[in-house]
Write a protein that binds this ligand. Structure first.
Ligand code: FPP
Length: 246
């Protein structure tokens, strides 16, 4: 039986988040510059998005550029930004045809003007699409996001808009850039690294973590199916005992 037909569509993760890692190593293995790895990573982005849409996963978040990625060589940063603009422009028609809404999280103000404009336009042009939401994390880091949320809430408390006691789990979630998006239930990281690297720290409190040695440019729908099947075979207890779940 093929992997896809083994998936229980009633128990799909509503939100999958992915740390796309290994583009540089993949390029090196092919004797090519790092940018070649990023270019091939776009194929994996396309395939993962398609597969999630077809299955009925409602949210897919991809870690495309972290706040720490600015420290990479200037040429690589610039190539990544160009790739982002090119990809969005090229894929917008397909996103609309497939009912995919594009959103972004992160400090977009620091993105080059052209990248930001293209991104905001694409978000506007796809905002009515109902089937799936593709969230790109760009110039994103979880610590940055948590500090921003704390500032926002502190300001609201100082101005008397809210009481400090009003700040609870829900209020904090609503102050994050992912407000309105359900927390990821499955987090995938490729390339054999077993780290979270400052990604969605608040939101993954109860996510199942799935690490695969596959390098991101090699990641295909079969790898995604495997991750979902692994997720479906786990017992999610949320602090309860196994017996309580029965
Ligand atoms: C990590 O691999 C990958 C990135 C920092 C960038 C990911 C970007 C893409 C896949 C292309 C564009 C994406 C979209 C959404 C259009 P790495 O460079 O850290 O690899 P390494 O650890 O092997 O060096």
């Amino acid at each position: 039986m093929d992997l896809k037909s083994k998936i229980n569509l009633e128990k799909l993760p509503r939100h999958i988040a992915v740390i796309m890692d290994g583009n540089g190593r993949w390029a090196k293995e092919h004797g090519m510059p790092r940018v070649f790895g990023h270019r091939n990573g776009v194929k994996a982005v396309r395939e993962t998005t398609e597969a999630c849409t077809e299955l009925g996963v409602k949210y897919l978040t991809l870690y495309a550029f972290s706040t720490e990625n600015w420290n990479r060589p200037e040429a690589e940063v610039s190539a990544l930004m160009t790739l982002l603009v090119e990809t969005i422009k090229k894929e917008i028609k397909t996103l609309n045809e497939n009912g995919v809404r594009l959103q972004a999280i992160g400090d977009l103000s620091r993105l080059p003007e052209k990248s930001r404009k293209t991104l905001l336009q694409a978000m506007e042009d796809t905002k009515q699409n109902p089937r799936m939401t593709l969230v790109l994390a760009l110039n994103y880091s979880a610590k940055w996001e948590i500090v921003e949320a704390a500032r926002k809430l502190a300001k609201a408390a100082k101005s008397g808009e809210i009481e400090p006691a009003d700040i609870d789990d829900e209020a904090f979630s609503n102050a994050l850039s992912t407000a309105g998006i359900p927390d990821p239930e499955l987090l995938i990281r490729t390339s054999g690294e077993n780290r979270i690297s400052n990604f969605l720290l608040w939101q993954i409190a109860y996510a199942e973590l799935y690490f695969t040695p596959t390098l991101w440019p090699d990641f295909r729908r079969e790898h995604l199916y495997q991750a979902i099947l692994d997720f479906q075979n786990r017992e999610r207890r949320f602090g309860k005992t196994s017996e309580q779940l029965v």
